[in-house]
Ligand binder design. Structure first.
Ligand code: SF4
Length: 463
């Protein structure tokens, strides 16, 4: 018998060791928790939903219910339509949600489930009026990261609900994956500037509640579907982030972000900025707000800006020339690096688990570091660890998953972003605006002072 041709290896196999990214339906679930009365359903195996719940509960310290259609071996072969029907029946019966968002998983995508068609069919079995809003988002994790899942969900929401462009007085604010505290701060900024903002998604209450006097199966808060329906006729969109285009999942070949889609389909002007971290980036946000509102920056924010600049002068001697490694979601990395460049920190490595090309944008926003900054995309924590040992940073900035690198190098870690599993209050860390930057700047300076103090052979009480 003739020998069968051998398959050629395209590249040597390298395993990912602790990827610097999370899974797509996890990002979708965070976004879905920001929709009023919405319960996320993960269409796939139980383990995916458990992992997502565990990560979200550990960071947000809130009850997080994520339902699952609970695939078995049989479902994997014959399809999950029946399981989805049962899951929806249970969720609707127990939670009485206003909306249910179904995010797919690697498994349901691989077997080619058409969830949109399934939802249509399931709804047609009984009186459609009895159903809450049902929608689906395609989130194959092998194609993207949690950020792709997050942005795909927002795009899907506007595609589903923004059907017309009858003008209204609202503005759309797409803040990216920021903390609940950041979202509250943005609401305050837009309200103070006289703009009626629809924040999409708004998980500022749903993922950061007060103590309850009774248990709510579906936490209060979130963006209302009514407001999402108005997004096509809004006066403007304020999109934060430069890596918001969606190219993964079904029907996303347009490579558009939600804001770009609203501009293309309904003519809503998109005022895009990077995450407003630092004076320059926050100035740009306020300039854009001023173009739409016609207002000058309110005195309150002039004062915050002035205090921030004053603290830059006070803290300059501690941060200037220090070397930092930044890792995490690509837009957070870009925003933090631009801010560090502004305060005189040398960013020696910027790493993200996404496949985006950060280099060009980093060079643009970090002019002082443009020639020396090393950029890693599609990276894992072991690669970052290896680089960190070579590059000898003074501190690192990122989520809790990089803690072991800081511990190993005996240097400070300044925790930002998601997930923060090893500290209380990850959901209350403010990163954006003059106020958020102030908190971040103080934390960076104090981490460096504390490190110096702890490692001083003589000890001192004054700085
Ligand atoms: S199987 Fe895919 S969807 Fe499920 S947890 Fe893993 S990466 Fe996420």
């Amino acid at each position: 018998m003739d020998k069968l041709p051998r398959l050629k290896d395209i590249r040597p196999f390298v395993s990912t060791r602790n990827a610097c990214k999370l899974c797509s339906p996890l990002g979708a679930s965070i976004a879905l928790k920001g929709i009023e009365g919405c319960v996320p359903v993960i269409h796939g195996s139980q383990g995916c939903a458990t992992y997502i719940r565990r990560y979200m509960i550990s960071h947000y310290k809130e009850p997080v219910d994520i339902a699952s259609s609970n695939f078995s071996e049989e479902t994997t072969i014959f399809g999950g339509a029946e399981n989805l029907k049962v899951a929806l029946g249970n969720v609707i019966g127990q939670y009485k949600p206003k909306a249910v968002g179904v995010a797919t998983t690697c498994l349901s995508e691989t077997i080619g489930e058409d969830v949109a068609l399934m939802l249509k069919h399931i709804k047609s079995l009984t009186n459609e009026e009895e159903w809450p809003d049902l929608f689906t988002v395609s989130t194959p994790s092998y194609q993207g990261t949690h950020m792709d899942g997050f942005h795909a969900t927002i795009l899907q929401m506007v595609k589903t609900y923004a059907k017309d462009n009858t003008p209204n007085d609202k503005v759309n604010v797409l803040p990216n994956l920021v903390s609940p505290a950041d979202i509250r701060h943005l609401k305050e900024i837009f309200a103070d500037c006289g703009l009626d903002a629809t924040i999409l998604p708004d998980y500022s209450d749903t993922l950061d509640n007060g103590a309850w006097d009774k248990y709510y199966r579906v936490p209060k808060g979130g963006t209302s579907i009514k407001d999402i329906k108005l997004s096509g006729g809004a006066k403007a969109t304020f999109e934060m982030g430069e890596f918001t285009k969606v190219s993964v999942g079904k029907n996303n070949s347009g490579n558009l972000s939600a804001a770009a889609w609203l501009e293309k389909e309904h003519g809503v002007t998109n005022h895009q900025t990077i995450l407003p971290i630092g004076v320059k980036a926050t100035d740009t946000l306020f300039e854009n707000i001023g173009k739409v509102s016609g207002y000058e920056m309110p005195d309150k924010y002039e004062s915050q800006r002035a205090r921030l600049l004053d603290s830059y002068a006070d803290g300059h001697k501690y941060v200037f020339g220090k070397k930092a490694i930044v890792y995490g979601e690509e837009d957070l990395v870009l925003g933090i690096c631009a801010f560090l460049d502004e305060i005189g920190v040398e960013v020696i490595l910027a790493a993200s688990g996404a496949n985006n090309n950060l280099t060009e944008r980093l060079k643009h926003y970090c002019p002082s570091n443009a020639e020396t900054i090393k950029v890693m995309s599609d990276s894992d924590f072991e690669q970052i660890n290896e680089q960190a040992h070579e590059l000898n940073p003074d501190f690192i900035v990122g989520n809790s998953k990089g803690y072991y690198i800081a511990r190993d190098l005996k240097i400070p870690i300044v925790r930002v972003g998601f997930p923060i599993h090893d500290r209380l209050g990850g959901q209350r860390i403010k990163h954006i605006g003059y106020e958020g930057t102030q908190e971040l700047f103080d934390r960076i300076v104090n981490s460096l002072i504390e490190y110096k103090q702890d490692n001083s052979p003589i000890g001192y009480k004054y700085i």
